[in-house]
Design a protein around this ligand. Sequence first.
Ligand SMILES: Cc1ncc(COP(=O)(O)O)c(C=O)c1O
Length: 395
Amino acid sequence: MTSDRARLCLPSARSDVPPFMVMDVMSAAARLEQAGRHVVHMEVGQPEAPAPSTALAAARAALSGSGAALGYTESLGIPSLRVRIARHYVETYGEAVDPASVLVTTGSSAAFVLAFLALLEPGDRVALSVPAYPPYRHILTALGCVPVLIRTGPEARYAMTTEALLAAHREAPLKAVLIASPANPTGTMMTSDALARLVATAEDAGIAVISDEIYHGLDYAFPATTALTTSRKTVVINSFSKYFCMTGWRVGWIVAPDALVRPMERLHQNLAISVPTLSQVAAEAAFDGRAEMEAVKAGYARNREILTTGLPACGLDRFLPVDGAFYLYADVSAFTPDSHAFARALLEEAGVAATPGLDFDPAEGHRWVRFSYARSQADMIEAVARIGRWLKGAG
Ligand SMILES: Cc1ncc(COP(=O)(O)O)c(C=O)c1O
């Protein structure tokens, strides 16, 4: 009897996913701030700027209306938002997208769950490049699927190659591959040729492609291309969180191949009903705030410049190509064999919060630290000065 009751709240094996270490860094930084220290935040992958004023105005107007607009919406999303998202593909990439293939989701995070549930069976193998955004592998594991980590290297600008993908497929068949360009944590991008080759090769081999395009719009080296340009069988995921500075509004979207739209809709009806209505209203208006967002992006470009010139002068001169998103992924192995201890000391002694690479790469992450440059120019200048002084003292 007692042992039966003791089993009542036993967590499932599938819930045993690792924590997201960046959250631990955020908590440690918050403790220092509560104790009166000033911390420069480079740990969080989130813009400091607010949502576009057009989005805020639309939300205010919706709140001051009758309130009728804030009931559930269709599971697929507010029709006019889906039309607006489809138009974004013509405007940005010259690609016609049918609004019927657009599903609005609670951030891209929920889009992954929908895409994985719609495409995969338990036990299916999914290729991911490593280092990668940790929730990819943690969501897959929680759903009983098998993440297959494919290491990337300098020869292909830290992107997955077709050879590596096919080699993993030969070991045991892959059901899908997840790609991201620009990528988190590396900030690297695939050239449009490399992306097209990977998508075409995967699909020819019967491997479904899921393309996480959340950092599109934030490219500095060359423009990002959507996987839709190569194939309409690709599941494309995007979000208002990054380019549009709307992390907490929790709105993302999927452009799905025809055969997957209805299954995803049914799943969404059951899992969430719909995305918060106020956020959808704001998201639609965000597209009218692009000029503001381009100014925010210009700020990231300046921050990127400050880091790519300032960090080498501090001795931190080995980092991956800083192509897009707002991340710089630095090799700290000349200073430490343990990036976790390095990040802890950097925070405690220099007041700069950064994320150890172990979050993104369990095998090699002890050599790497991710710096996010999504905050102000003054913060970046201060960070470089602090890191320089600290490394001199530490070195
Ligand atoms: C690569 C990548 N994909 C997806 C997400 C999830 O973002 P959201 O759920 O806010 O759209 C993030 C968040 O940092 C990310 O870095």
